[in-house]
Design a protein around this ligand. Structure first.
Ligand SMILES: [Zn+2]
Length: 148
């Protein structure tokens, strides 16, 4: 089962919606297409209401007075709030840059460790006398490493 495409999803929701309309029609005897129309109207109304509500909530949030008694302070109306907001954004940028730098250092360290280990192993396995100092298990691993 792969992911469903948007078209598939849309088709499925339309079909289930039509079935729902048919059921509603069977129960309330309102006529199939009339029911479809009414349901479409109700859904549109609900979507519109939700949109309007979120817009209104945003509007209220922005209109709220800041601690210094100024409306829309964060939008530049209040110098202090504007400065604080700018500072906050700068700090978050600096933090992200730091995280990025740490990630790069970690990656480099991992790569360096791998390459150093590789050259150390090569160097160590290149000397024949080291093989004589190994116990059988180490010797076996070392020989296997040679052919890796
Ligand atoms: Zn303010």
């Amino acid at each position: 089962m792969g992911r469903e495409s948007p078209t598939e999803n849309f088709f499925k929701s339309v079909v289930s919606w039509l079935i729902f309309a048919a059921l509603t029609d069977a129960i309330f005897k309102t006529g199939f297409w009339f029911t479809v129309l009414i349901l479409a109207g109700i859904s549109l109304l609900l979507v519109g209401l939700a949109l309007a509500y979120s817009r209104f909530a945003q509007f209220l949030m922005r209109r709220k007075r800041c601690p210094h008694g100024i409306r829309r302070g964060k939008d530049g109306g209040c110098e202090i709030c504007f400065g604080v907001e700018e500072l906050r954004q700068e700090e978050s940028k600096a933090y992200q840059a730091l995280q990025q730098r740490l990630r790069e250092i970690k990656e480099k360290a991992t790569a360096l460790r791998a390459s150093e280990l590789h050259s150390l192993r090569k160097h160590w396995l290149g000397k024949s006398e080291t093989y004589l100092q190994m116990d059988p298990r180490q010797f076996e691993n070392a020989v296997a490493a040679l052919f890796r």
